[in-house]
Design a protein. Structure first.
Length: 402
């Protein structure tokens, strides 16, 4: 065993030496792409091995021989991280020992430590969650995993107690930055926070489109062209925030301030039984009494579905296009937890655009089954693909009317 460990040390050092001498210019694009994926997996496996080795060294007191009273402080110094993150990594690896499949996935580089931490937190709140979340972690982004894990954790709490905790956690803080600007952070219950964010996003979209019309198709940037799209979007969102505070926003929008999904029987009963939905789209579960209270002065939408597909959408006093907007805002049944970009491996849920799967120029109809939400990037890719396929230049003549 000692010889094997010494061999591993030598291999690690040899790999490090090879990486130091690596020159991307000597590789093709395809070779670099493969190398990125292999190095990412190796990096995760190395991080897992480092934590496991640190735990064993700590058991034998090796950190004290190196002048550290706590093993997490020693690991943090070696890894160039904080003591808190090192301690969390050690605790995560220890907790995963009770989950053999997840522990093996971490050791093999299929999971990152950040992903493993989400699994451990969720398993503690809702035992039996690891198996399902492991598949999400393997096939989806960390953002998607965090959202799914958070959803499972909050659903493990009684809605009344969850709402009490959310209200108790409410806060708003502000401070001055190094540049002298004013920054802030807030924590609000979903019935308050979701409408604010939705209105802010709608106003940001309006200003974004206004800027595009003013500047044409050319993207705005600093004189040196260094400003990125996320930075531009953040700057526009800041302007939208100021306008909302000062004037309430000036633009008209088709977006809804807040959408609540509630099972009809639960709504009538005043309490949701297991398996019955009562949540704010994009905000998580809420008590049925709160849904009823919020609905008193709201414009109501009735949605009938069988758990697989939407059968009927009734907008009382609204024209037909609003029907499609409702379906797209709700997201797929039976969860109805908001729309996501439908492109593979994309989990964007804001700034989505409505795409005709079969373009109107190709005879496609404006129907629910022919709509899909796409983020800006994937919408551009889809449009370019349709253009190259000749689907954007055909006349609608000859097509039967809907």
């Amino acid at each position: 065993m000692v010889a094997e460990e010494l061999g591993l040390v030598e291999m690690v050092r040899a790999l490090r030496a090879a990486l130091v001498g690596f020159d991307p210019e000597t590789c093709s694009g395809a070779e670099c792409a493969v190398l990125v994926e292999e190095l990412a997996t190796t990096e995760k496996a190395c991080a897992a091995a480092r934590v496991r080795a640190a735990a064993r060294a700590g058991e034998l007191g090796m950190h004290r021989e190196r002048g550290f009273a706590d093993v997490s402080d020693w690991l943090a110094r070696a890894a160039g991280s904080s003591s808190g993150s090192a301690k969390a990594a050690l605790e995560t690896a220890a907790a995963l020992e009770r989950q053999p499949e997840a522990s093996a996935a971490l050791a093999a580089g299929e999971l990152s430590l950040a992903q493993a931490q989400e699994l451990v937190k969720t398993e503690a709140a809702r035992p039996g969650s690891v198996a399902g979340l492991l598949e999400v972690a393997r096939g989806q982004s960390l953002k998607t995993l965090k959202e799914e894990a958070r959803d499972r954790r909050v659903r493990a709490v009684d809605p009344e107690e969850l709402h009490r905790l959310q209200r108790a956690a409410s806060m708003f803080r502000h401070w001055r930055t190094r540049l002298g600007t004013v920054a802030g952070a807030f924590d609000l219950p979903p019935e308050i926070g979701v409408p604010i964010i939705n209105r802010l996003e709608a106003e940001s979209d309006r200003l974004w489109q206004q800027a595009k019309r003013t500047n044409g198709d050319q993207e705005q940037s600093d004189p040196d062209g260094s400003e990125s799209a996320p930075r531009r979007r953040a700057a526009i969102a800041a302007e939208a925030f100021v306008r909302l505070v000062e004037t309430g926003g000036k633009g008209k929008t088709h977006s809804t301030d807040m959408v609540i999904v509630c099972d009809l029987q639960a709504y009538r009963r005043g309490q949701a039984d297991p398996g019955e939905a009562c949540h704010i789209v994009g905000g998580g579960p809420i008590p049925v009494p709160l849904a009823r209270a919020l609905g008193r002065d709201a414009f109501l939408k009735a949605v009938l579905h069988d758990g697989v597909q939407i059968h009927t959408i009734a907008h009382f006093g609204r024209k037909v296009p609003a029907v499609l907007r409702t379906a797209l805002e709700l997201g797929p049944p039976p969860d109805f937890d908001g729309a996501l970009c439908t492109a593979p491996h994309c989990d964007r849920q804001f700034h989505l655009q409505r795409d005709h799967i079969d373009p109107i120029a190709n005879g496609g109809l404006t129907t629910l089954v022919n709509f899909q939400p796409l983020c800006f990037v994937h919408h551009q890719i889809k449009t370019d693909h349709d253009r190259k396929a000749g689907r954007l230049h055909r006349s609608r003549r000859g097509h039967d009317p809907p």
